[in-house]
Structures are given as C-alpha cells and as structure tokens.
Design a protein around this ligand. Structure first.
Ligand code: ATP
Length: 258
C-alpha cells in the first residue's frame, strides 16, 4: 500500500536576527529528514522545544515548501502551489482552537465551512448536529459564537471541524495542550474513539509521551531538525536508542514520587 507521507532529504532553513540589528543568520529548522509514514499507522512526533516538529507539520501540510528534498502524499509530490489531494484528505487541528475558529462566526457555520468548501455531499445541517453530538456538545449550541465557550469546549469544536469532512488523516499540533488534565483525558479518548470509528489515521505532534503512547502505534523522535529514532511507540519508549529519546523519557515526572 502507498505510504501516507514520504519525506526524502527534507531541509528547511529560516533566517533569524543575528548579533547586530542589520544581520540575519540562517537557522536550519529541519536538516535532512527522511521519514515514511505508512498508511494506517498512527504516528506521534515528539521532541524537545525547537526540535522542528511544527516545521515538519507545515511541510507535510504543504503550507511551506522545503529548501531541499521532497514531500509526497500518497505517492504524489506536494508543495504549497500544488497541494494535490492533500487538502481534501487531511483535517487539521491546532494547539490553539482560536486559530481554527473564526470568532465572528457561530460555531455551526464554522463546522459547515469545510463541508461547503469541499462540496461534501449530504445534509450539512444534520452533519453539524451529528459532529457536535459526537464531541459531547448539545447541537443547539450551533448558533453561539466561540467566545461563548470554555477553552476545552472550543478545542472540542475545533476537533469536530477538523473531522467534519471525514478526513483520511487527522493532523494535530499539540491539540490537547490548551485544556485542563481532566478535559485532556476526555479529549484524548474521544479522538481515539472517533478516529477508530471512521478509520482516520492520526499524525500528532505532542510533548506528552503518555498521549503519544495512548493514541499512536508509532513514534518519530526529532532532535535539532533530524529524526533520530522511529519505530513502534512501545518498543521505542521501553528501549530508547537515541540520547534525545532518553532525555524526553527521563523528563516525565512520575506522580507520587518526591
Ligand atoms: N517562521 C520562522 N522564522 C524563523 N525561525 C523559525 C520559524 N519557524 C521556526 N523557526 C525556528 O526553527 C526551529 C524549529 O522550530 P519549530 O517551531 O518547528 O520547533 P518545535 O519542535 O515545534 O518547537 P515547540 O515544541 O517549542 O513548538 C526553531 O529554532 C525555531 O525558532
């Protein structure tokens, strides 16, 4: 079966302010990344702050082009100019639900948007009600604007929006970080259940190794712009090979210990 994503020798360079106001220096956010995401295998991308995780997602989503190397989605090269089938097949949920929900629109209209943009057949009103119900909200709230919801509720709505057009792949950049631990636990279970029910493949960036293990079969560890370890999440966490993986595992605070 064709892999969902294949990255081959991908590099991404930004220029950032240097030691003088007029100086700009290059910073390599991704440095020769080779990564294959097989179809049907949920993948967590983990790594320290600044390792390049969000940059990797932006390239996978064809929001930015690599400076070197190629990104392919289901066998076809993707770039911002030629995203191909990517936009239709992938739902995206960001860390900050505010960024995916228009504050001026009632949430029902926000949920309808992807259905209309992608000309999804069927009754959109009924689908919106079904989505709100699936994420544990009363469909009657469709008339309210995002400001009328808590952070956790907004994150649920953002999730419903990302799943609205029944994407083959759900890409999330820290989608559970903006909520309290109880809501997070509920959302993690919800995402797992919804993804399983609809056969949606998950591709998640997370700092939370527990979430990575709970939701994903595989993990890729990023360090300083390189993939330093990949494999089944249980194996990698039980027998880490890369120093960066060990450092991440050592940093997890066990509850109950002092
Ligand atoms: N638009 C940009 N302009 C300049 N530098 C950038 C830009 N985006 C990312 N970088 C730099 O590239 C590197 C990787 O950033 P990225 O956001 O991908 O890391 P990350 O692993 O997602 O970090 P975090 O976990 O803190 O979100 C960092 O050094 C960052 O400062």
């Amino acid at each position: 079966m064709t892999a969902t994503f294949v990255l081959d020798g991908v590099a991404r360079r930004y220029t950032v302010p240097g030691d003088r106001p007029w100086r700009r220096v290059p910073r390599l956010a991704l440095d020769g990344v080779d990564l294959t995401v097989p179809a049907g295998r949920d993948l967590a991308i983990v790594g320290a702050s600044g390792a390049g995780k969000s940059t990797l997602l932006r390239l996978l989503l064809a929001l930015e082009a690599p400076d070197a190397g190629t990104v392919a989605f289901r066998g076809d090269a993707v770039t911002p100019r030629a995203p191909g089938a990517l936009r239709r097949a992938v739902g995206v949920v960001a860390q900050d639900p505010g960024s995916s929900l228009d504050p001026r629109l009632p949430v029902g209209a926000s949920l309808r948007e992807p259905l209309e943009c992608l000309a999804v057949p069927g009754n959109h009103g009924a689908r919106v009600a079904e989505l709100l119900d699936a994420v544990g909200l009363d469909p009657a709230v469709a008339d309210r604007r995002p400001a009328g919801f808590s952070g956790g509720e907004r994150q649920r709505i953002a999730l419903a929006r990302a799943l609205a057009a029944r994407p083959a792949v759900l890409v999330g950049d820290e989608p559970f970080s903006a909520v309290d631990p109880t809501t997070r636990r509920r959302l993690v279970t919800l995402v797992g259940d919804l993804a399983r029910a609809s056969g949606t493949q998950l591709l998640l960036v997370t700092h939370d190794l527990g979430i990575a293990q709970r939701l994903c079969a595989d993990v890729a560890v990023l360090d300083a712009g390189r993939v330093v370890e990949t494999g089944p999440v249980d194996d990698v966490f039980a027998r880490p090979v890369a120093d960066a993986t060990r450092t991440l595992l050592d940093a997890v605070l066990p509850v109950g210990a002092r």
